[in-house]
Design a protein around this ligand. Structure first.
Ligand SMILES: *[C@@H]1O[C@H](CO)[C@@H](O)[C@H](O)[C@H]1NC(C)=O
Ligand SMILES: *[C@@H]1O[C@H](CO)[C@@H](O)[C@H](O)[C@H]1NC(C)=O
Ligand SMILES: *[C@@H]1O[C@H](CO)[C@@H](O)[C@H](O)[C@H]1NC(C)=O
Length: 274
């Protein structure tokens, strides 16, 4: 049953056997994977079948002291027939964050931190061969809504030059920017900044910046008309709640004032003409 897929796997793995590998160890091509800061990632193990041990290694820690005391991230050895396998996980860096999936021994790391970047590898020792496969983990932040900075200058003749600059900046992370206009239309710039010429009085045609990194994308829009002409004044017919309330209060005050004046004038008259 297991013979065919394993033979196929081995065939694929033979492709990249380094010269210095210990005899009988087959290496996979390392796979690059993108994790999201604060979220989880699963590194799969290919169908282990019968094994003598499965060993997970994490990346080398940055400081040498930790490096000296470091063992494998996890070691799984089969138990006695019918008993559960023995699992040891002693790397402090992953305490409470690493777990192995049942049956497959795939490694899941949750609450990813920037320090988790690097090479993760699993090695299966079986009666016939050793297989060693690696994952190169990169970590990216999930992008939040980009910020659009606006700089506008009058270019004469009723034309306004607006430069929009999009930024979803998080440290030195590589982010790609795409400008579209109107939103959803084909790409028309992939620069961080975009120059738009707006003729005063023309229809508005908002621009949208989409920031992208390997794990997420996020968009924001801006209006050349507002950038050049300022916000559209509120329509006279559409009274806001505040305006309506203000007018009502003025009305009530006016009526009260008129009432008081009338009473006073009448009182004065009565005094003069008893
Ligand atoms: C406005 O943009 C046009 C086109 O890019 C450019 O030729 C012109 O010099 C700009 N004018 C100003 C005042 O920046
Ligand atoms: C200003 O705009 C008018 C009409 O669009 C055009 O005929 C004229 O050549 C423009 N002048 C300059 C200096 O750009
Ligand atoms: C942006 O992300 C969504 C999922 O959040 C995805 O469906 C979409 O294809 C992405 N767009 C681009 C241009 O990468």
């Amino acid at each position: 049953m297991e013979g065919a897929p394993r033979a196929f796997l081995l065939f694929l793995l033979m492709v990249s056997q380094p010269r210095d590998a210990s005899p009988g160890t087959v290496h996979c091509l390392p796979v690059s994977v993108n994790g999201i800061l604060g979220e989880s990632i699963v590194f799969p193990v290919l169908n282990p079948g019968a094994f003598k041990s499965i060993t997970w290694h994490g990346p080398s820690p940055a400081n040498a002291e930790a490096h000296a005391s470091r063992g494998p991230l996890a070691v799984i050895t089969p138990g006695a027939p019918g008993a559960l396998p023995h699992i040891s996980m002693e790397d402090e860096r992953y305490r409470g964050r690493a777990r192995l999936h049942n049956q497959s021994y795939s490694l899941e790391i949750s609450d990813l931190m920037l320090a988790d970047v690097g090479m993760y590898s699993w090695e299966i020792a079986s009666a016939y061969s050793n297989i060693l496969c690696s994952y190169d983990l990169h970590i990216h932040k999930r992008l939040s809504e980009p910020e659009i900075r606006i700089h506008s200058v009058m270019a004469g003749n009723g034309t306004c030059n607006v430069t929009f600059t999009c930024s979803a900046g998080v440290g030195n992370e590589t982010i790609k920017y795409i400008w579209t206009r109107p939103a959803g239309a084909p790409v028309f710039s992939i620069e961080e900044s975009l120059l738009v010429q707006h003729r005063l009085g023309d229809e508005d045609s908002p621009v949208t910046c989409t920031a992208m990194n390997p794990v997420s994308n996020s968009s924001a829009s801006a209006s050349p008309k507002v950038a050049c002409e300022g916000p559209t004044p509120p329509q006279a017919t559409s009274l806001s709640y505040c305006h309506a309330k203000g007018i009502l209060v003025l009305g009530v005050l006016g009526t009260l004032l008129a009432g008081i004046l009338t009473v006073n004038v009448l009182a004065a008259r009565e005094q003069r003409w008893p």
